[in-house]
Design a protein around this ligand. Structure first.
Ligand code: APR
Length: 229
């Protein structure tokens, strides 16, 4: 089968070797913080300072991080592949962009701020403060532009269309624990795609893939890309 369209889903594992902690590995972010304290709309309503501090700290960490060999390899694939390469990321870091790729941020991004009052977006300041006014409407309703638990991920219509018309779906560095992203492999396969998983270890959804390779992203991803180009 000719592979004209490749759709790649990335998760925290692709940025792990850039020094950004994953969520569910031992010592990961959800072992240090409670989701209910920092990653829900209710948490932000209850204790906005705590939530802003958490994201300010993570934004600062990401600002200093550099893309690794896996991010660079995907950017190379996107530029050089004779067909179409879509990259959808669950990550809120900008390491794909720093590596030269164009990505769809389904869970939002640290580098933008969102106005909860009017929906405007603008480049996030290094540290967001509670009463920062929105540059569009002036309301003191600034919030991180990240999708919290209980909110709807971004760009789902476009992602649905992409998954319908892909020949190969590739999942990189994600545990498959969080929906809707964890369901993308099923949608792509139902539409006739092959599916490859590149992850440090078996994930919760490994059996859904046609092939699964295990190891660090900085080794697996460049090797896979070199094999394709
Ligand atoms: N190379 C490849 N894979 C790795 C590496 C590595 N160096 N290090 C860790 N992994 C794998 C882990 O084995 C695990 O399966 O990456 C996966 C990371 O899983 P999670 O921590 O659950 O991250 P992710 O799947 O991106 O989480 C999904 O959950 O809370 C949220 O919104 C957050 O977008 C995130 C979503």
């Amino acid at each position: 089968m000719t592979i004209e369209t490749i759709t790649i889903l990335t998760g925290a594992g692709i940025s792990a070797e850039s020094g950004i902690a994953t969520f569910r590995d031992p010592g990961g972010i959800w072992a240090q913080y409670d989701i209910e304290d920092v990653a829900t709309p209710e948490a932000f309503a209850r204790n906005p300072e705590l939530v802003l501090d958490f994201y300010n700290m993570r934004r600062e960490k990401v600002r200093k991080a550099k893309p690794n060999a896996a991010h660079h390899a995907l950017a190379k694939l996107q530029k050089s592949y004779p067909g179409t390469v879509h990259i959808i990321t669950q990550n809120v870091d900008n390491l794909h962009e720093k590596g030269g790729a164009e990505v769809i941020h389904m869970h939002g991004a640290h580098h933008t701020a969102l106005c909860a009052a009017c929906g405007a977006r603008w480049p996030a300041p290094p540290a967001m403060a509670l009463h920062d006014p929105c540059p569009e409407c002036g309301q003191p309703a600034t919030r991180p532009d990240v999708v919290w638990f209980g909110e709807v991920p971004y760009h789902m219509d476009r992602i649905g269309e992409i998954l319908q018309s892909t020949d190969l779906f590739v999942s990189i560095g994600t545990s498959g624990a969080v929906y809707p992203a964890a369901g993308f492999v099923r949608l792509a396969r139902a539409a006739g795609a092959e599916a490859l998983e590149l992850n440090l270890e078996r994930s919760e959804i490994t059996p859904l893939f046609t092939e699964s390779r295990h190891g660090p992203a900085t080794e697996l991803v460049p090797a896979w890309v070199d094999g394709l180009l």
